[in-house]
Ligand binder design. Structure first.
Ligand SMILES: Nc1ncnc2c1ncn2[C@@H]1O[C@H](COP(=O)(O)OP(=O)(O)OP(=O)(O)O)[C@@H](O)[C@H]1O
Ligand SMILES: [Mg+2]
Length: 211
């Protein structure tokens, strides 16, 4: 297996279950003795976590969309070069809770920046590193709103956005999936946490040729 094939990312709109599912998957893979790391975006290094706190700070209502995308890209560039590439070089496995598709979906399609430029920026920030596969956990924008209302989790700055923004992002992801059908795997997300986890586990075992 080539080293970059040991890298898969998880994508989907807010509340689809990325963090829930990647945590379960991490544990399952570790129990099998696989050397696997879970990275979250934005974050994963000291610098990237500091940038994350600037991005998500509820007080930063005046943040311009261009500043926002450059901060995400800065956090990603640091993560890729300081941590992700060296780990892949050592033959480690990596699962990422969001990667550059989130930037294309949220900043490109959601905030309506030039999508072609966003993709160039993604390429620049990652030096062209691409996940071998991307699992898109699929829930509707309506289900996302239901989970947002049901949860007691405090809303961060980005989650105060409107239902229309959720829809734009969802539609953006659909376009990305159409453009790269060989990379994306759609995982139905409106099922119990256990069933979704089982599906993800089987899918990932298949990708990485595990029993
Ligand atoms: N299959 C599911 N059915 C119902 N609720 C779920 C399911 N999976 C996760 N949830 C709940 O939805 C909420 C969001 O889950 P989670 O934090 O994993 O989503 P996320 O995709 O990481 O969101 P974000 O993009 O905001 O980080 C949590 O309260 C979680 O318990
Ligand atoms: Mg999450």
């Amino acid at each position: 297996m080539k080293n970059y094939e040991r890298f898969i990312s998880f994508e989907g709109i807010d509340f689809c279950g990325k963090s829930t599912q990647t945590a379960i998957l991490l544990e399952t893979l570790q129990e099998k003795g696989i050397n696997v790391h879970l990275l979250r975006e934005p974050g994963g290094t000291i610098i990237s976590e500091k940038v994350r706190s600037i991005i998500l700070d509820k007080a930063h209502l005046e943040m311009h969309a261009k500043a926002e995308i450059l901060l995400y890209s800065a956090a990603r560039a640091q993560l890729v070069h300081q941590k992700l590439l060296p780990l892949l070089e050592e033959g480690e496995y990596i699962i990422a809770d969001r990667f550059y598709d989130s930037t294309t979906a949220y900043q490109g399609y959601g905030r309506q920046l030039d999508v072609a430029f966003v993709q160039q920026l993604n390429h620049f920030a990652t030096s062209g590193l691409r996940p071998a596969k991307t699992l898109f956990i699929d829930i509707s924008p309506e289900e996302a709103l239901r989970r947002q209302k049901a949860g007691e989790r405090q809303k961060d700055r980005l989650e105060n956005e409107s239902a229309r923004f959720f829809q734009l992002i969802y539609d953006g992801y659909q376009r990305l999936i159409k453009e790269a059908p060989e990379r994306f795997i759609v995982i139905p997300g409106e099922d119990s946490i256990e069933n979704v986890a089982k599906n993800i586990q089987e899918t990932v075992f298949k990708i990485w040729n595990q029993e």
